[in-house]
Each structure stands twice: as structure tokens, then as C-alpha cells.
Design a protein around this ligand. Structure first.
Ligand SMILES: [Zn+2]
Length: 435
């Protein structure tokens, strides 16, 4: 079996048609979903980019592999299993079109071909899907007859949202600079607020006041990226071995846009950040929706099992292969633990019905240190009911702390790694601002 893994940075699930979005952002991804297996509730356990990609590739939670923060101190440990290396050792031609290898974390290990189209650019996130496809499509045409594992990392929906002009007004009608609009008044509370005003907004024509305009641009970036994905999928579908190629599409994390005072960034362990798309298509699997909770830790064990490679004991996720094969396969978990430690130092426990968020350090928005949300009644997580439902909050906090303590004991850690080697840029920024 060949594997094409498509990871779109910063793509929240609920802005895709196949996850119920009203705007036509994703015709090609929607077609992939309707012909494949779409997981309704895939959750990112590791926020943001670096922890998330390490988790996807190791099948381990950050508390085990140690990369708990974007730009943190820890490199990927040699003791952690690494998906591309395992496939390479089992005869796969491995290729990544990606830009994370330049960082000191060792993302390029295990790849026979590691192509970084962003090296010629000042900022990696300014590399749009066309530059990625310029490398990915010829590679597929040249190597598509070999047994391959290919990972393609797109960046279009990441800030700054600056899609080509043809896409800019797809989803917005109005005046983005209306002086009577105050939806961006809290922007300067975000550490990147000033930079965005001076660089990003200037490229959009000046004094942007309407957050809905920026959200519409985010959607335009998704549509732009979707068009690029359509071209990549067309190439894959024309390959000789197309029927035995597993196509997987996911994202590393979502984006909070302008809710919870988190403007256009991916921190805050709310579902806008944690809920990611996960679609797997192969001719051997009947199209279906899977309603169970799954997580990025499950990705590597799934790929290995489907490729006939033994899943190492060190992986903490579970293979989703039974769910791909059988519509009645039982769930593998009743909750997902997630963490973030770049702007904030937080843990969360998410079940199908509730989310509990625990702060190890006060954040710069002065959010309470304990948050509880009823996801059925309040899917946007706008009403913290930790004080109204203390029994549920206590029970979830206890379960979360037990999970953390068990992992620390197993990994021989004396201290929560968020505290011992995480970084929280947010608090440092706030302290500096208040000095
Ligand atoms: Zn990312």
C-alpha cells in the first residue's frame, strides 16, 4: 500500500463543507471525504505545530516525546519511534514536501527525499500551495510507481491570510474598514497584534476593523489550498497504483479566529484549535463517517498497521484500521488529553460531552485557571460552568491529573514537562508589557 499524507497547517475542521460548514470552502476535500472514511471527532493532543507534528510521527503524547512547545528546548528523542524511518526501513521510498526539517528537531529523519520549497523565502508560511505542488506533483509522477510514503505540508490557512486577489472577496461583502465596527478592539491584547496591524493589515489596505472580513479571508485561504489539493489528488488518481494508495488528510491544529479573545492564532484548548479534520480514503474501505473520538497519536499506528509494519511498543496511540474496515467497530477511547505550552501553559481533557481545561500558569487573558464546558449545550465553549457544576469539574480534573501522573511515572519524570521545559511566551510578553 502507498500512503499520501496531506497535512494542512492551521485548518479547523468546522470550516470545511464535509464538517458542516455553510461556505463553499472545500469542494475537493469534501469529495475526498465522501469517497473515504471521515472521522467526525479527531482531536489534536499537542498544540501547536512542532508538538503536533512530533505526535503525529511518533504516535506519542508530548509528555512522552518531550517536545511540548513550539520552539522549545527539546529535540525529538532518538528513543521515540519515528514513522518515516520505520516505513523506510521496511522498503518504502519516503518523501516529504515540508519545511520543518530546518528546525533543530530532526523532522527530516527517515526521508530519502526531503524537499523544502520555503528555503528561498523569507518566511516559510508565505509559501503557498502552488510552490508545494511544484515539487510534489513532479515527484509523484517520477516515483509514483514505487511503494511510497509521501507527506505534503501546506500552509495557506496560517496567518497572515493573504490569498491571491481572485480569492479575496469570495466570502465577504461589506466594508472591512468600517469605523463603527469594533470587533477587533481586543486585538492589541494579543502579543502579535501590533505586528499584524503594521504588516498584514497594511497589505490588505489599511485600518481593518471587521474581524468577519479576516475570517472570510481565512476561508478564502482554505478554498485556495483546496484547489491546490485538487491538483495533487488528480495526480495521485492518475498513478498506476492509485487503487492501492491510501490518502490521508488532516491538520496539525485549528485556528481560533476571534473567539475567546484569541485573535487569529492557535492557542487556547478550545475546539476551534483542537478539532481537526481526519479523512482516509483507500479503495478497500467503504465510505463512511466515524463518530468516535480519535486523536493524532492514532495516526502512526494506523499507517504502520495498514502498511504491514509492526507497531512499536513505544507508540501510545491505537490503530484506527478496525474502524476503517468495519462500520460497527467499537470506540478506542472515551476521552482525549491535550496540552499546549507556547503562549499558555495548559492541559485539557475532552470527552464527547464535556471539556475541562486546567492552567498551570495564569494566562495573559486572565482566564480562570479551571474551565468546564458542556459541549452539547454550548459547542462554542462560551459559558464556563466550572463553578456551576463543581462535581463534574472535580471529577474531570482528578481524571486529568491522574493521567498526567501516570504518564510522568511511566516516563520517569519528576515534574510536569510543561513546567520543567515548556516555554510560555505569553506570560513573558505580558510581564514585559506591564513593566
Ligand atoms: Zn501549525
Amino acid at each position: 500500500m502507498n500512503v499520501l499524507l496531506i497535512v494542512i497547517d492551521t485548518l479547523r475542521a468546522d470550516h470545511l463543507g464535509c464538517y458542516g460548514y455553510s461556505r463553499d470552502t472545500s469542494p475537493h476535500i469534501d469529495a475526498l471525504a465522501s469517497g473515504g472514511v471521515a472521522f467526525d471527532w479527531a482531536i489534536a493532543p499537542a498544540i501547536p505545530t512542532h508538538p503536533s507534528f512530533v505526535t503525529m510521527n511518533t504516535g506519542q503524547y508530548p509528555i512522552t516525546h518531550g517536545v511540548v512547545a513550539h520552539g522549545g528546548e527539546r529535540a525529538i528523542p532518538r528513543t521515540s519511534p519515528w514513522l518515516p524511518s520505520l516505513l523506510q526501513k521496511n522498503g518504502y521510498t519516503t518523501c516529504a514536501i515540508d519545511n520543518l526539517g530546518e528546525w533543530r528537531f530532526g523532522f527530516s529523519q527517515g526521508y530519502e527525499f526531503y524537499v523544502d520549497p520555503t528555503r528561498r523565502r523569507a518566511l516559510s508560511i508565505n509559501c503557498d500551495n502552488r510552490a508545494i505542488n511544484e515539487r510534489a506533483i513532479p515527484w509523484l509522477k517520477q516515483h509514483g510507481t514505487e511503494r511510497f510514503f509521501m507527506m505534503v505540508h501546506y500552509w495557506d490557512p496560517h496567518t497572515p491570510y493573504l490569498p491571491p486577489r481572485a480569492y479575496r472577496n469570495l466570502f465577504y461583502k461589506g466594508d472591512p474598514c468600517d469605523p463603527g465596527n469594533h470587533s477587533l478592539d481586543g486585538l492589541m491584547e494579543h502579543p502579535l497584534g501590533r505586528m499584524w496591524k503594521e504588516t498584514w493589515f497594511n497589505k490588505l489596505g489599511g485600518n481593518i476593523t471587521d474581524a468577519a472580513y479576516l475570517e472570510a479571508l481565512y476561508d478564502s485561504e482554505i478554498r485556495f489550498c483546496d484547489d491546490g489539493i485538487g491538483k495533487l489528488l488528480k495526480t495521485v488518481e492518475a498513478l498506476k497504483g492509485a487503487e492501492d494508495t491510501l490518502v490521508i488528510l488532516t491538520s496539525d491544529h485549528g485556528e481560533l479566529l476571534f473567539r475567546h479573545k484569541v485573535f487569529f492564532d492557535h492557542h487556547g484548548l478550545y475546539d476551534g484549535t483542537l478539532h481537526v479534520p481526519l479523512i482516509m480514503r483507500h479503495s478497500g474501505f467503504a465510505p463512511k463517517r466515524v463518530p468516535h473520538l480519535v486523536a493524532h497519536v492514532d495516526l502512526a499506528p494506523t499507517i504502520l498497521e495498514l502498511c504491514g509494519v509492526a507497531v512499536p511498543d513505544g507508540m501510545e496511540g491505537s490503530s484506527l484500521a478496525p474502524m476503517l474496515r468495519d462500520a460497527d467497530a467499537p470506540p478506542i477511547r472515551d476521552c482525549v488529553v491535550s496540552q499546549e505550552c507556547t503562549w499558555q501553559m495548559k492541559w485539557s481533557l475532552r470527552t464527547h460531552t464535556h471539556k475541562f481545561i486546567l492552567a498551570r500558569e495564569e494566562d495573559f487573558y486572565h482566564t480562570p485557571s479551571r474551565e468546564l464546558y458542556n459541549l452539547d449545550a454550548d459547542p462554542c465553549e462560551l459559558r464556563n460552568i466550572a463553578d456551576d457544576d463543581p462535581d463534574t469539574a472535580r471529577a474531570m480534573e482528578s481524571k486529568l491529573e491522574s493521567w498526567i501522573a501516570a504518564k510522568m511515572a511511566k516516563n520517569g519524570l519528576a515534574q510536569d514537562p510543561l513546567v520543567s521545559h515548556g516555554i510560555t511566551l505569553g506570560k513573558a510578553w505580558k510581564d514585559e508589557k506591564n513593566r
